[in-house]
Design a protein around this ligand. Structure first.
Ligand code: HEC
Length: 139
């Protein structure tokens, strides 16, 4: 190895390697893909306050157990969150947007509406509630 290239590797390679392995770059790489699938984290145990928030703000439609067996759930034909198909194609970003901005559509002849929660919940609270929701589905 020439003197010059060994100097190069000594001075530049370690910081370059550190940069490539750094969370900053990995985070950027993730943000460029379409989204992070919303999934139950291993060993998930919800905080009590998240469960309470779910019961008070979300359960009127989705049910305390996520199955949507509520008056409004039946009226709107809300689907069962304990089953895998519910979560197909749902990313962290999409779920966050749906809850913050609300959702309105007609499905199988039924008008479905979730009011926006953006004025009452922070994106962090919404993410925590969505993890709680996806965890109704247990593989
Ligand atoms: C007024 C009724 C209502 C309330 C209250 C409600 N939702 Fe929904 N939600 C819906 C409807 C309707 C849908 C779409 C149909 C379905 O889920 O089958 C939906 C869909 C969702 C989805 C899937 C979104 C997507 O993009 O596929 C998530 C996640 C969700 N709700 C979370 C929540 C959370 C968290 C709360 C409480 C902060 C909440 N919901 C409160 C009615 C409601």
């Amino acid at each position: 190895m020439s003197r010059r290239s060994s100097l190069f590797s000594l001075l530049l390679v370690p910081p370059l390697a550190a940069l490539l392995a750094s969370p900053i770059l990995r985070h950027q790489a993730q943000a460029e893909t379409a989204g992070t699938p919303l999934a139950r984290p291993a060993g998930y145990k919800p905080e009590k306050k998240v469960a309470r928030m779910w019961d008070s703000k979300c359960a009127t439609c989705h049910g305390e157990d996520g199955r949507g067996h509520t008056e409004q759930g039946k009226e709107m034909g809300i689907d069962d969150m304990t089953r895998a198909p519910y979560w197909k194609d749902v990313t962290v970003e999409r779920a966050r947007k749906s809850v913050l901005e609300g959702l309105k559509r007609t499905l199988n002849g039924k008008d479905q509406e979730m009011k926006p929660f953006g004025d009452r919940l922070t994106p962090q609270q919404v993410d925590a509630l969505n993890l709680y929701a996806v965890s109704f589905f247990k593989k």
